[in-house]
Design a protein around this ligand. Structure first.
Ligand code: GLU
Length: 375
C-alpha cells in the first residue's frame, strides 16, 4: 500500500479536474472550499503542496452563459481567459479564510521544453513554496495552439511533479478511480485499487472511460501515471468531491486507484530529458555501444555511432537506437549532427584531427542520457 510513500512525502502535487470544481451554472464553491481546507491542513502539518487546477474553460463557459465548449480555438481561449480569473478569485477567497496566500502560474509546453524557462518556473515555484504561498498552476490556454498544447492538465500535473521533484501525485476527479468498465454506464463495474504495470488490459479499461468536462478522461490519467511511476513517484487517482478525500488517504484509508512506482526516484534533470523533450533526431548505434550504455552505464562515444538521422544542434535531445529501430534511450548531444556525422566510428583521440578541435570525448554523456526502460 502507499502508506510508506505517504509518510515519507514532503512535497506533493494535487490536480483537480474541471468536473469536480464546477457545478451546473458556476464554480462549485463548496468543493473549492473543502479542497482548500484539506490542503491548508496538510500544509499546517508541514507538507509542501502544489495545486494544478483545471476549470478555466468550464468556469468561463458558465460565466458566458454558453452550453458547449466552442470548437474554434480563439473562442475557447477567450472562454479560458474569462474563466481563469474567476477560478483564481474563488481559490484566493477560500485560502484566505485559512490564512493562506495563493500565487497563479500559467505555463505552456514551450516553457517546459526550454531549459532556462523550465529552471525559472522551478525557481519561482520553489520561492512560493518557501513563502508558504499555495502555487496554483494551469495551462496558459490563451496563447496556445492546438498542436503545441500540453494537452491536458493530467499531463501538466505529471510534468510539474517531475519538475518539482515531488514525492506524490494526487489526481482528483469525479469518479472513484480506474474501473474495468465505465461505472457511469455499467453498475457492475469494478474499481481497480492498485496498478503495478501498464498492461494492454489497463489501457483498454481506461480507454473506455472518457472525461465528462475536462479534456482528459481516464486514459490521460494512465499516461500521467506512466510518467511519474517510471520516475519512481507514486500516484493516486481518487474521487475529489467526497468529504476529505485527501486527508482520508493520508490517514491510511484506501481510496481510489494507487499506481505503484516502478523504480527509485530519478533525478529531476533526467526526468526532464525523458519526459519533456521531443527528440530532434536519432543516432543508430552498434551492438557494442548498446551494451556499453545499457548494461554498463557508460556514455555514448563516437566509435559506437553508425548513422545520424535528422539535423540537430549541440545540446539537442536526440534518441539513440539499434539498426532495427529499437529505441534504447534519449540524451543531450555534445556535437551537432553534421559533426557527429564526421566523427562517427572514430576513436576519441581521432576527434580533434577530424574536427579541428575536441570539446568532449562523448557524443552523449551518461549524466545527460535516460534509457528507454525508464520512460
Ligand atoms: N486548461 C484547461 C482549463 O482550465 C483544462 C484542461 C484539462 O481539463 O485537462 O479549462
Amino acid at each position: 500500500m502507499p502508506d510508506q510513500y505517504l509518510s515519507h512525502s514532503q512535497r506533493i502535487v494535487v490536480k483537480l479536474g474541471s468536473n469536480i470544481i464546477t457545478a451546473k451554472n458556476s464554480l462549485d464553491l463548496d468543493v473549492i472550499e473543502s479542497i482548500s481546507d484539506q490542503i491548508s491542513t496538510l500544509m499546517d502539518r508541514g507538507l509542501e503542496v502544489i495545486l494544478v487546477s483545471s476549470g478555466a474553460q468550464a468556469a468561463g463557459l458558465r460565466k458566458m452563459g454558453m452550453k458547449d465548449r466552442p470548437t474554434e480555438m480563439p473562442k475557447r481561449q477567450a472562454i479560458a481567459a474569462v474563466g481563469q480569473i474567476g477560478l483564481m478569485k474563488a481559490y484566493e477567497n477560500s485560502f484566505e479564510q485559512k490564512g493562506k496566500k495563493v500565487g497563479q502560474i500559467l505555463l505552456t509546453a514551450e516553457d517546459l521544453n526550454n531549459r532556462k524557462r523550465y529552471l525559472n518556473a522551478r525557481n519561482t515555484l520553489n520561492t512560493l513554496i518557501e513563502w508558504k504561498v499555495v502555487p496554483i498552476i494551469n495551462e496558459n490556454d490563451t496563447v496556445m495552439m492546438e498542436e503545441i498544447k500540453l494537452g491536458d492538465n493530467d499531463n501538466l500535473a505529471a510534468m510539474i511533479t517531475l519538475l518539482m521533484d515531488a514525492d506524490f501525485l494526487f489526481i482528483l476527479t469525479d469518479i472513484e478511480g480506474l474501473y474495468d468498465k465505465d461505472p457511469r454506464q455499467f453498475p457492475e463495474a469494478g474499481l481497480i485499487s492498485r496498478v503495478t504495470s501498464f498492461s494492454k488490459e489497463v489501457e483498454d479499461y481506461a480507454g473506455h472511460i472518457p472525461g465528462t468536462l475536462g479534456t482528459g478522461g481516464m486514459l490521460s490519467k494512465i499516461k500521467a501515471a506512466k510518467k511519474v511511476t517510471s520516475a519512481g513517484i507514486p500516484m493516486i487517482v481518487a474521487k475529489g468531491n467526497i468529504k476529505n478525500a485527501l486527508l482520508r488517504i493520508f490517514e491510511g484509508e484506501s481510496l481510489g486507484t494507487y499506481f505503484v512506482p516502478k523504480t527509485k526516484k530519478l533525478a529531476s534533470r533526467k526526468c526532464w530529458i525523458a519526459h519533456t523533450l521531443a527528440p530532434k533526431g536519432s543516432l543508430v548505434i552498434d551492438d557494442g555501444a548498446v551494451r556499453a550504455v545499457r548494461e554498463n552505464g557508460k556514455s555514448l562515444l563516437p566509435i559506437g555511432v553508425v548513422k545520424v538521422e535528422g539535423e540537430f544542434e549541440q545540446g539537442a535531445p536526440v534518441a539513440f537506437k539499434t539498426a532495427n529501430n529499437e529505441i534504447i534511450g534519449i540524451g543531450l548531444v555534445n556535437y551537432r549532427s553534421s559533426d557527429v556525422d564526421l566523427i562517427k566510428g572514430l576513436k576519441t583521440f581521432q576527434i580533434e584531427a577530424c574536427l579541428g578541435s575536441k570539446h568532449y570525448d562523448e557524443i552523449i554523456h551518461r549524466n545527460n542520457m535516460v534509457l528507454k526502460d525508464l520512460f
